[in-house]
Design a protein around this ligand. Structure first.
Ligand SMILES: O=P(O)(O)OC[C@H]1O[C@](O)(CO)[C@@H](O)[C@@H]1O
Length: 241
C-alpha cells in the first residue's frame, strides 16, 4: 500500500482528484467505483470544479457505488442515490443511466445483491474504486467479522456505524438497520483502489491498518493483500503513525 500524506483535507481532496482526473483522461470509459460518507465530498467538489473549468467529460464512464441503505427510497434525502446526485452526478455530464447503485428497496434483496455483482462483472469490473474507512475499519458497509470472500450482500449495520451516521438523520431510530454492500472480495476485484482517510477520528483506524495484522475483524486490513492501493491521508489522520 502506498501512503500519500497531505497537510490537510483540502490537499487530500485535490491530490486524489488530480489522480482520478488523470485516469479518466487516459481511459474515458473508466469504470469508477464510488463511496459515500463525508470523506469523499471534498474530492467530488474537486471533480466538479475541474469539470466546469476544464470540461473533463464523464459521458462515457460508468460509476458503481459500494452500498445503499435497505428500506429507504431513492428519493429520500438520506439515501445514497440522493447523496450521489446531490454531491456529484447533477454537477457533471454523466448520463444517469451510467450511474449504478444497489437498490435497497428491491422486492427480492438477495436477488438484487446477485444482480449487482453480476452487473459489475458484465461491465468488465471496476477499474478504480474510491473507499472511505469507518472508525471500526469497515469498508463499504462491511462491518468487522465480514468474511474476506464475501460478495455483494445484505449486512446488519453495527450500532457504532448507525450512531456515526445518525448525524445525517433526524434521530438514531431513523437510521436503517441494514444495507446492501459490495463484499470484501468484490472490492478486492477492483484493479486499483484509493482509500481516503481524514480527521482525528480516523487516526486509530489508520494506525491499525498500517501496523496491524490482516484479520476479518478489521475489514480494511484485506487491502494489504491487494497489489494496487493508494491511501490519501491528511495530517490529523496520520497523527498516530
Ligand atoms: O467518510 P465517513 O462519513 O467518515 O464514513 C466512512 C465510511 O462510512 C460509510 O459512510 C458507511 O458508514 C462508508 O460509506 C464510508 O466509507
Amino acid at each position: 500500500m502506498k501512503l500519500i500524506s497531505t497537510s490537510n483535507y483540502e490537499k487530500l481532496s485535490q491530490q486524489a482528484g488530480e489522480e482520478i482526473i488523470s485516469r479518466i483522461k487516459r481511459n474515458p470509459t473508466l469504470n469508477l467505483g464510488l463511496a459515500t460518507g463525508s470523506t469523499p465530498t471534498g474530492l467530488y467538489q474537486e471533480l466538479i470544479k475541474d469539470h466546469k473549468q476544464h470540461k473533463t467529460s464523464y459521458k462515457e464512464i460508468n460509476t458503481f457505488n459500494l452500498d445503499e441503505y435497505i428500506g429507504i427510497s431513492k428519493k429520500d434525502r438520506n439515501s445514497y442515490h440522493y447523496f450521489m446526485c446531490e454531491h456529484l452526478f447533477e454537477h457533471i455530464d454523466i448520463p444517469l443511466d451510467q450511474t449504478h447503485i444497489p437498490d435497497g428497496t428491491a422486492k427480492d434483496l438477495d436477488e438484487e445483491c446477485s444482480r449487482y455483482e453480476q452487473f459489475i462483472n458484465e461491465h468488465g469490473g471496476i477499474d478504480l474504486q474510491i473507499l472511505g474507512i469507518g472508525q471500526n475499519g469497515h469498508i463499504g458497509f462491511n462491518e468487522p467479522g465480514t468474511p474476506f470472500d464475501s460478495r455483494t450482500h445484505i449486512i446488519d449495520l453495527a450500532e457504532s456505524t448507525r450512531k456515526a451516521n445518525s448525524r445525517f438523520f433526524e434521530s438514531l431510530d431513523d437510521v436503517p438497520k441494514q444495507a446492501i454492500t459490495m463484499g470484501i472480495a468484490s472490492i478486492m476485484d477492483s484493479k486499483e483502489i484509493f482509500l481516503l482517510v481524514s480527521g482525528a477520528s480516523k487516526a486509530k483506524a489508520l494506525a491499525t491498518l498500517m501496523n496491524g495484522d490482516v484479520r476479518e475483524d478489521f475489514p480494511a486490513s484485506a487491502l494489504k493483500n491487494h497489489g494496487n492501493v493508494t491511501i490519501f491521508a491528511d495530517k490529523d489522520a496520520t497523527a498516530l503513525l
